[in-house]
Design a protein around this ligand. Structure first.
Ligand code: ATP
Ligand code: MG
Length: 286
């Protein structure tokens, strides 16, 4: 029987959509229909196991799944034996300490003898031990941010992204303990066949990631301006220059960082470029 790799992803929640999207961009089609616990891929040797994010690190460490997509925060909290095979760049957040906005923050000693509410007791205890702070950890599983307001704790240790949840609960972030993002984790003892499938998956993910924020740019220019225009394009290697049917004109093609686009576009026009087009890029293979 053909070897398949089993990937665990979140059933629902913040990671689910981006995880499904990532597999889709990697060209992996899932059998549609009602969502089951396990779903087979149609055109890739993979099956997808849907779990709560809390259960993903252990299921990968135990080999129930071979690989998984989960927040680094959960990986650090669960301390399971998994390898981080690839950072995925989505669900970026940080796990931070926050205190009431009205309190003056005096540095880490602020937390001495304080009560801190969190869903991440392991990461917090490691941090407090390292910093030699003696504080009480109050573990709660959700709505950590309301704990200080109702007198359940003095401070919180929780996920922050925009910070708006903190603001609406009159809290302020005072220490970032760890940044987090979604990661691809792997069982450390994959068979050779499964490792090869994982390598193929990573190759595809990297091709998609490389194309992110990149645009293919095409423009027309008089031949005597082509060198000047090429100098403005930071391109991958060297741009493609093709003759146009109209005498004395060329078409220049290159790849551009989307962020650079508006800065460069004025210079290109000033240098004589016309008919500038940009096209999204799906994948880039090196
Ligand atoms: P489950 O029901 O699977 O246990 P959950 O409620 O524990 O889900 P979610 O809220 O769906 O978890 O968050 C999943 C992960 O997404 C978090 O562990 C974290 O890595 C990331 N995450 C959470 N909140 C944010 C945010 N505001 N911005 C970016 N990433 C976030
Ligand atoms: Mg969870």
């Amino acid at each position: 029987m053909e070897t398949k790799i089993r990937i665990a992803i979140q059933t629902k929640g913040r990671l689910n959509e981006d995880s499904v999207q990532l597999l889709k961009e990697a060209g992996i089609k899932m059998v549609s229909g009602k969502r089951k616990l396990i779903s087979a891929a149609k055109n890739f040797p993979m099956e997808v196991l849907f779990l709560r994010d809390d259960d993903i690190p252990q299921s990968v460490a135990d080999g129930l799944a071979d690989i998984g997509i989960v927040g680094l925060n959960e990986v650090l909290e669960k301390k399971q034996n998994v390898n981080i095979a690839k950072e995925l760049g989505f669900s970026r957040c940080r796990v931070s300490l926050a205190i009431p906005k009205s309190d003056e923050y005096t540095g880490l000693n602020y937390f001495e003898s304080k009560k801190i509410a969190t869903s991440y007791p392991v990461i917090l205890q490691d941090f407090l031990t390292e910093k030699k702070i003696d504080a009480e950890i109050h573990e709660i599983s959700g709505s950590v941010e309301i704990a200080p307001g109702i007198g359940l704790a003095d401070a919180i240790f929780d996920i922050v992204s925009s910070g708006s949840t903190l603001v609406s609960n009159r809290l302020k972030e005072v220490e970032v303990v760890t940044p987090s993002e979604a990661v691809l984790v792997a069982n450390p003892e994959l068979s050779e066949e499964k490792q090869a499938i994982l390598d193929e998956l990573i190759f595809r993910i990297e091709s998609v990631q490389r194309a992110e924020g990149k645009k293919y740019i095409l423009l027309n220019a008089p031949n005597d301006k082509v060198d000047e225009i090429i100098a403005l394009l930071p391109g991958m290697k060297s741009p493609t220059v093709l003759p146009l049917a109209e005498q004395g004109w060329s078409s220049v093609h290159s790849v551009l960082n989307e962020n650079d686009f508006w800065e460069i576009i004025g210079k290109l026009k000033a240098a004589g470029a016309q008919g500038i087009l940009t096209i999204p890029i799906e994948k880039m293979i090196m």
